[in-house]
Design a protein around this ligand. Structure first.
Ligand code: GLV
Ligand code: MN
Ligand code: MN
Length: 406
């Protein structure tokens, strides 16, 4: 048997429907009720597929085929949490394909030389709690469990409390499962594969990511009576930072990208000069030296801006991950598997962050990408056709079969 495409698609739609509100908007922010509903579906499917389910203290869900976890399993997976107002594929496709691969291997009568673990990592998106890729980061020992559990969310909630509330604070120690290899299948979330008419991406590296939160404190005052020269306008300073990112940093190098994805003003009304602005910056580059240089330029600009606009500015780091190289042998296996199925394939860099970048710290890791229509992602319009999804899952199946042959 090959991948059961009907079941894969059915599960994908069922999972997405579990997180839609009455307007049809899909948001499965980490550890919300929607995440709980999605997790319960995943656990139910793992059990139905006769996998042994274990949940660790940060809420990562593992479904194991085979009994000896200590025998260094092959791990396959991704995440199911989403951004706000998301599409249906990001992360979920990778986890559900992991289940589909195990099912196909069982039906093919494969007897793996060691267990296979399908994983759904906690809080990959980092929308509600920073940093992103948190579950996998804790798994590999890159973030202390207590620190992660104490993380305060954008809604004031504490991660550990929410994990308890939704019933997913598990008893397994974090990092207990040490895989021999990690594979993650994902939609590309960018335009490259579609534009070049290529079916499979063999992801060989992933760019560096810098997340910062900037708080600007000015003085609230009357919008009509306060002369421009006497203003301490936190809102204006926020706008200047945003344009600096585009005009100075992103324009200087084709590979640097910068985004102010969230901004909050206080008091946020029409006739009051903002007393405070809090904005987030997502800065990325595949080259560590360029990323560092962009961070330094931003830091210098912010210092100068504070003087120029008579405001105070403080910076809090939310996440910082260096670019990652994936395992060259696994990348070659992916290429070979694509070739054997007569699927066009190219080596590429991931622009998005993924749990695989954390897993690469403790074991050989690599990723398989399939095309994203119009390169759209983190958007309800995210779309990959069923045939491309099946092709990606089939490559994952072939690579997994080869790896577990021992
Ligand atoms: C994760 O989805 C990221 O790249 O921000
Ligand atoms: Mn993802
Ligand atoms: Mn994402």
């Amino acid at each position: 048997m090959e991948i059961d495409a009907t079941q894969l698609m059915h599960r994908l739609y069922q999972l997405s429907d579990s997180a839609r509100d009455t307007n049809g908007v899909l948001s499965r922010l980490a550890l919300t009720d929607q995440d709980k509903a999605g997790r319960e579906l995943i656990v139910g499917w793992m059990e139905a597929d006769n996998l042994v389910v274990s949940i660790d203290a940060i809420g990562n869900i593992f479904g194991t085929w085979g009994s000896e976890i200590e025998a260094e399993p092959l791990m396959i997976g991704s995440h199911i949490d989403s951004v706000r107002d998301a599409g249906i594929y990001d992360g979920c496709y990778g986890v559900l394909s992991g289940l589909a691969v195990v099912k196909a291997l069982k039906e093919q009568g494969v007897e793996p030389a060691f267990p296979i673990v399908v994983v759904a990592f906690t809080n990959e998106e980092g929308n509600r709690y920073a940093p992103d890729m948190m579950g996998s980061l804790v798994h590999v020992g890159g973030l202390d469990l207590e620190q992660a559990l104490n993380t305060k969310g954008i809604d004031g909630s504490i991660l550990g409390d929410e994990l308890q509330r939704i019933g997913f604070a598990g008893s397994m120690s974090v990092g207990a499962i040490k895989p021999r290899a990690y594979l993650e299948l994902h939609i590309e979330q960018g335009p490259v594969l579609e534009a070049e008419g290529i079916s499979i991406g063999a992801v060989e590296d992933l760019q560096g990511i810098s997340w910062q939160e900037i708080t600007i404190d000015g003085v609230a005052n009357h919008a009509g009576t306060t002369p421009t020269r006497l203003r301490h306008d936190a809102g204006l300073a926020a706008a200047r930072i945003n344009t600096f990112l585009r005009d100075q940093l992103a324009s200087a190098s084709a590979s640097t990208v910068a985004t102010v994805g969230s901004i909050e003003y206080r008091p946020n009304v029409i006739n009051v000069i903002p007393s405070q602005a809090i904005l987030t910056i997502d800065l990325r580059d595949p080259d560590e030296a360029r990323l560092k240089s962009a961070e330094t330029q931003l830091e210098e600009y912010v210092e100068q801006l504070a003087l120029q606009e008579s405001v105070t500015i403080s910076v809090r780091r939310l996440a910082r991950f260096e670019p990652v190289q994936f395992d060259s042998e696994l990348v070659a296996e992916i290429e070979q598997a694509a070739q054997q199925r007569q699927l066009s394939c190219k080596r590429m860099t991931s622009g998005a962050g993924h749990d695989a970048q954390m897993m690469a710290r403790i074991c050989p890791a690599a990723m398989i990408f399939v095309p994203s229509k119009d390169g759209i992602s983190h958007n309800p319009g995210e779309y990959t056709d069923d045939q491309s999804l099946l092709q990606g899952s089939s490559v994952l199946l072939d690579v997994s079969r080869k790896l577990v042959a021992g």
